[in-house]
Design a protein around this ligand. Structure first.
Ligand code: ATP
Length: 356
């Protein structure tokens, strides 16, 4: 068999980012020992607040080029509230990375691993299971650089939806529904009763839906979607929405299955992909060894699937099975989920489950 090497750029970033990525790399190295003809080459790169304070540049060109030239990027988290650019905004090279690599679709699977992890009544393992696809290059975030003078009486941000941007993210959502092969149902989350940009996105979505006759589709206003996610999350299979709505609903979705430490994400582009947990750098717990690395590990499983190699697809299944096995015992939890385990201990449990 030909040897295949996947180069993975590892960007630990800030706060708990490096703790979660190093735990995940350890797990990936264990998996690598079981693969036939596949190797991983991990390359660590500097990025984020530390780099900004050192050199004045949060995303150095060398790091960007390495991300562009690697097979995938595994990213921790970036930015901390106490370090900001002169205009008051946080250091957020992940947004720059998304825009420059055209990572247009944030794919965020939400899965319940144990009944104890959800605040909802009567939901058991596997009964919350949907994917949120967030447009990541335009929408309300596209106007984030808008400046205003100190004596201004108003400030405006614009929600920008382009045909190209809406078309590709809607297509991605239908592709995700096909690959999941569960309900094969895609829901557009919009606000088409109020915002004309959302009417436009709905038109594009309906056009794209025609190309997926094996899938069903519908629309839901974002406010109603927030209610339904809490009252009846089973109604959703794949949801697709604009950038800001997706940002907010991702956190709500994570809250249904145990919090940010359980929410993985894959930022998918045309030629590149970045895999990272949905959570931020959590500076309040950084350095204490108690960060929950599961979201990063689940993001790594998404990365293995994205490689679309028989061996890495098998590895993704093995990794998911190991995580499920560990989480089947409700005592195996870090403090964010009410448990007592340290990052090190839960990582070792996943490695032990992989070995068994
Ligand atoms: P961002 O704006 O970058 O998404 P945020 O400020 O919204 O970040 P997060 O850092 O994602 O917030 O998380 C909020 C809080 O949730 C953290 O301060 C931390 O207490 C907790 N948290 C998030 N992720 C984890 C994790 N992996 N393990 C443990 N606790 C976490």
């Amino acid at each position: 068999m030909n040897q295949k090497t996947f180069t993975i750029a590892v960007l630990g970033g800030d706060g708990i980012g490096p703790e979660c990525t190093s735990a995940t790399v350890e797990v990936l190295k264990q998996i690598e020992t079981t693969l036939d003809g596949v190797r991983f080459e991990f390359e660590e790169h500097l990025v984020g607040v530390g780099e900004y304070l050192r050199s004045g540049i949060a995303l150095p060109d060398s790091t960007f080029d390495a991300c562009k030239n690697s097979d995938a990027v595994l990213l921790g988290a970036m930015g901390i509230p106490s370090v900001r650019y002169p205009d008051g905004t946080e250091i957020a090279p992940q947004l720059e990375l998304r825009e420059r690599l055209q990572l247009y679709g944030g794919v965020r699977p939400i899965e319940l691993f144990h009944a104890n992890d959800t605040p909802l009544k009567n939901y058991d393992t596997g009964q919350i299971d949907f994917v949120l696809v967030r447009e990541s290059t335009e929408g309300l975030f596209s106007g984030r650089d808008a400046t205003f003078s100190p004596d201004a009486n108003e400030a405006t941000n614009v929600m920008r939806i382009t045909r190209h941007g809406a078309d590709r993210v809607c297509r991605l959502a239908f592709e995700v529904a096909r690959k999941r092969n569960k309900k094969k149902h895609v829901t557009l989350i919009d606000k088409a009763n109020v915002l004309s940009a959302m009417v436009f996105m709905r038109e594009v979505f309906d056009e794209v839906a025609k190309d997926y006759p094996d899938c069903t589709s519908d629309h839901c206003y974002v406010d109603a979607a927030a209610l339904f996610m809490v009252r009846d999350p089973k109604r959703f299979d794949v949801m697709v929405t604009e950038n800001m709505f997706g940002d907010i609903l991702s956190d709500l979705a994570a809250g249904l299955v145990g919090g940010m430490g359980m929410a993985p994400s894959g930022d998918i582009g045309v030629d590149a992909a970045v895999f990272q947990p949905s959570h931020g750098s959590a500076p309040d717990i950084a350095g204490q060894g108690i960060a929950n690395p599961i979201a990063t590990m689940l993001s790594a499983a998404m990365m293995l699937e994205w490689f679309e190699h028989d061996e890495t697809l098998r590895a993704a299944k093995t990794l998911r099975a190991a995580i499920s096995k560990v989480l089947a015992d409700p005592n195996n939890r870090t403090p964010d989920m009410g448990g007592k385990m340290k990052t090190r201990q839960i990582t070792q449990s996943v490695i032990d489950a992989l070995e068994s």
